[in-house]
Ligand binder design. Structure first.
Ligand code: ZN
Length: 133
């Protein structure tokens, strides 16, 4: 499996059309064979920003510090990861165990998944539903 640490792609501005950003992330996921995600991060001033990142072919590694926080390198700084807004899969596989573990790590209830070849409106997955037991 090819999981790679989150690599910053670009900031996404709040006034950008969500559909266009999703289409861009899908295109990049497809052509680069690397999963893309939109993260809500906090900069050093605590300001929330949207950051597009990419990982490996099978997923994005997010490393937890001892205090449980997850930081993502953005340019020359570490930004604190607040939420996984959505991510893209190259093929429709549904949320992975890794995806559920990420929600657990962030204490986040749910997130959106956009899969190439899957529903255009995306799939909402949550910590309480859909987990294999
Ligand atoms: Zn995933």
């Amino acid at each position: 499996m090819d999981y790679r640490p989150a690599e910053f792609v670009r900031f996404v501005l709040p006034d950008e059309a969500v559909e266009d950003v999703i289409d861009e992330a899908k295109a990049e996921t497809w052509t680069k064979e690397r999963e893309h995600a939109l993260l809500v991060v906090r900069d050093a001033n605590g300001e929330e920003q949207f950051a597009m990142v990419r990982g490996g072919k099978d997923g994005i590694l997010l490393e937890r510090a001892e205090d449980g926080s997850i930081s993502v390198p953005v340019e020359n700084e570490l930004f604190l990861l607040h939420r996984l807004a959505w991510h893209v899969h190259p093929v429709p596989t549904g949320p992975s165990d890794h995806d559920f573990a990420t929600l657990d790590a962030l204490a986040q209830e749910s997130s959106m998944l956009f899969e190439i070849g899957g529903p255009r409106e995306g799939t909402l997955f949550s910590r309480k539903s859909g987990r294999k037991t």
